[in-house]
Design a protein around this ligand. Structure first.
Ligand code: F6P
Length: 526
C-alpha cells in the first residue's frame, strides 16, 4: 500500500516548516533580505511573476518542489502534452496545448495525428473570419455583417467574453455581444438593439445539448425567422461544436459548423473555434498572437527548472497556503478594468477543474483541494470586500495583476491604478501596528503574488491565461485529482430537467423540491 500523500515524509516536513515560517512576520522576511524583490521574481517575455510578498523562505520553494517531484509532476506534464489519456473518467486526453503548438511534432489521439485537424480547422476559421470582416459573407438581405452574437455558457462563454473585453482596443469592424444565462434578459436586450440583416449568431456548445444555450439559440432563431424568413438561418447562424448531429437537428448548415474535439475541455477551449467570436472581433492576426503568447508559456512550463517555473511555483504556492496554512479562498485582483471578467473566468477554470474530493484512483482525499476563488478588478474591490482582506478572520492569499503600459495615455489614472495595487499588497503584507487601538490595527502577514504584464495585448494575454491553466494543472497533479472532468455539475441539471418536465417525484427529496418549485412559481400575494 503506497504511503498516502499526507503521510509522506515531504508532506510532514512541509508541516513542520510552516510552523518555522509562521514564527517570522512577513515584514521581517522581506526587510531582512535585501535581494528578496529580485530573487523572488520570474520573467518571461512581457510577463513578470513576483512572489516576494509570500510567507516563504528559499527553503520553502525547495521543499515544495520536492513535493512536486514526489507527485511526479514532470511525468504528468509530459503525459498531458503528448496526448495521453489523463482525463481518466472520460477516457480522454487534455490537449488544449496542441491547439497553439508551433513546433512540428505529431500528437496522436487513438493512434491518429491530430495536428493536421487543428491546422485545417484554423485555416477554415481564418477564411471565415476574413470573409465576415471584409464583407464578403453576406446576410439573407445581401448586407455585410456588423453584429456578432455569441450564444454559449461556461467555457463556451467565459473565455471569449473575457478575451473580447481584455483585448477591446484590438476590436475593429464588428460589435460582439455575449448571451449565456437561461434568463431571457440578456438576449432580449441584445435583440432589441441589433438589426437582423447585419447580425451573425455564433452558437458555441461542445455537446450542443446544454439547456441554456439551446434555449437562447432557439429564441434567436425564431426572432430571425420572424424577421427574415426560415431561409435566412443559413446565412445568419454558424455553430462551434463537437456534436455535428445535434447541430444539424437544430437546423444549422453542416458547412457552417466549426469543429472542436472531445480532447479539449470546455474551460480550456478559447484557443479553438470556441474563440470564433473573439477572432471575428480582433481579426485572425491578433488571435494568432494570443496563441503565440500561450505557446510561449507552454514552452516555459515544459522547460524551466521547477523552482524557476512560473506555473509550478504559482501552483505550489496554492498548495502551500491551502494545505499547510488552511486558507479557504483565494482572491483575484486584476488592476485593469479590461480584465474585469478574469475572476469569473478563473472561478470556472480553478473550481470546475479542482473542486473535487476523489483521487484519480477513486479514493476519498484526506486533504483540502481547490479553494474558493473570487475577485473584482481594482480599484473597485477596495470599496467592496478589501475590508475583510485586511481585517477579516480569514487570511486570503491574493493574486494582483497589473499592466505596466498606459495605453490610454492618462498618466494620473494609470499611476493611481499601479500605486493602489502596490499599496494594497503592502498593506496586506505589512499591516499597521496599533497595540493601543486594536480596532484600527491591521494584522498584516497576508500574502500576495504580483503578476505584471508589460502590455495588455494578445500575446501577453495569451501568456496570462496559459499561466493559470498550468497553475491549475500543477495543483491537480499534487492533489492527484482529475482536473479535466466535471461530474459534479450533472446532478443539478438532472433535477432541473425533472422539475421542468413535472416528472413523478419518486423520492422524498424530489417531493420536497416539487413543492418548493410550486412555491417559487406562486407570487407571495396575501
Ligand atoms: O459547466 C458544465 C459544462 O459542461 C462546462 O464544463 C462547459 O464549459 C459548459 O458546461 C458548456 O458546455 P457546452 O460547451 O457543451 O455547451
Amino acid at each position: 500500500m503506497s504511503t498516502s500523500l499526507t503521510q509522506s515524509a515531504i508532506w510532514q516536513e512541509l508541516g513542520h516548516h510552516q510552523a518555522e515560517v509562521k514564527a517570522i512576520p512577513l515584514r521581517d522576511l522581506v526587510m531582512n533580505d535585501p535581494r528578496r524583490l529580485e530573487d523572488f521574481q520570474l520573467s518571461l517575455e512581457g510577463l513578470r511573476f513576483n512572489f516576494a510578498l509570500n510567507r516563504i523562505v528559499p527553503k520553502t520553494i525547495d521543499l515544495l518542489t520536492q513535493l512536486a517531484a514526489q507527485q511526479k509532476l514532470e511525468f504528468a506534464r509530459e503525459r498531458m502534452f503528448c496526448g495521453e489519456v489523463i482525463n481518466i473518467s472520460e477516457g480522454r486526453a487534455a490537449l488544449h496545448t496542441a491547439l497553439r503548438q508551433k513546433k512540428d511534432r505529431p500528437i496522436k489521439v487513438d493512434g491518429r495525428d491530430i495536428i493536421p485537424d487543428i491546422l485545417i480547422a484554423r485555416l477554415r476559421l481564418t477564411r471565415f473570419v476574413d470573409e465576415v470582416r471584409n464583407g464578403y459573407w453576406k446576410g439573407a438581405s445581401g448586407e455585410a455583417i456588423r453584429h456578432i452574437v455569441n450564444i454559449g455558457i461556461g467555457g463556451s462563454d467565459l473565455g471569449p467574453r473575457l478575451a473580447t473585453r481584455a483585448l477591446s482596443p484590438f476590436i475593429s469592424k464588428l460589435n460582439v455581444h455575449f448571451v449565456a444565462n437561461a434568463d431571457a434578459f440578456e438576449l432580449t436586450n441584445i435583440l432589441a438593439n441589433i438589426d437582423p440583416a447585419h447580425t451573425l449568431f455564433v452558437v458555441v456548445s461542445k455537446t450542443f445539448t446544454t439547456q441554456e444555450t439551446l434555449l437562447n439559440a432557439h429564441m434567436a432563431r425564431q426572432w430571425l425567422v420572424n424577421k427574415l424568413g426560415p431561409q435566412a438561418v443559413a446565412q445568419h447562424f454558424v455553430a462551434v461544436s463537437a456534436n455535428q448531429a445535434e447541430v444539424e437537428k437544430f437546423g444549422i448548415d453542416v458547412a457552417n459548423v466549426f469543429p472542436i474535439w472531445d480532447w479539449v475541455g470546455g474551460r480550456y477551449s478559447l484557443w479553438s473555434a470556441v474563440g470564433l467570436s473573439l477572432a471575428l472581433a480582433i481579426g485572425m492576426e491578433n488571435f494568432e498572437k494570443m496563441l503565440d503568447g500561450a505557446e510561449a508559456m507552454d514552452e516555459h512550463f515544459c522547460t524551466a527548472p521547477l523552482a524557476k517555473n512560473m506555473p509550478v511555483v504559482m501552483g505550489l504556492l496554492g498548495v502551500w497556503y491551502r494545505n499547510f496554512w488552511a486558507t479557504k479562498a483565494q482572491v483575484i485582483l486584476p488592476y485593469a478594468e479590461r480584465l474585469r471578467d478574469l475572476p469569473r473566468y478563473l472561478q470556472q477554470l480553478e473550481m470546475e477543474s479542482n473542486g473535487k474530493t476523489t483521487t484519480q484512483t477513486n479514493q476519498r482525499v484526506d486533504y483540502a483541494t481547490a479553494p474558493i476563488i473570487f475577485g473584482e478588478c481594482g480599484t473597485v474591490g477596495q470599496h467592496s470586500f478589501h475590508q475583510l482582506l485586511h481585517q477579516g478572520s480569514d487570511v486570503i492569499p491574493a493574486d494582483f495583476i497589473g499592466i505596466c503600459e498606459d495605453n490610454l495615455n492618462k498618466p494620473q489614472h494609470h499611476q493611481a491604478m499601479l500605486a493602489n495595487m502596490v499599496a494594497q499588497a503592502g498593506a496586506l503584507a505589512f499591516g499597521r501596528d496599533n497595540a493601543t487601538d486594536l480596532h484600527n490595527a491591521c494584522a498584516g502577514n497576508r500574502p500576495s503574488n504580483l503578476i505584471l504584464l508589460d502590455r495588455l495585448d494578445p500575446f501577453c494575454f495569451g501568456m496570462l491565461l496559459a499561466l493559470y491553466e498550468h497553475k491549475v494543472f500543477v495543483e491537480g497533479v499534487v492533489w492527484n485529482i482529475n482536473s479535466f472532468d466535471q461530474p459534479g455539475v450533472e446532478l443539478g441539471k438532472e433535477l432541473a430537467r425533472g422539475l421542468e418536465a413535472k416528472e413523478a417525484a419518486n423520492t422524498s427529496e424530489k417531493v420536497f423540491l416539487t413543492r418548493l418549485f410550486k412555491t417559487v412559481q406562486t407570487p407571495n400575494i396575501n
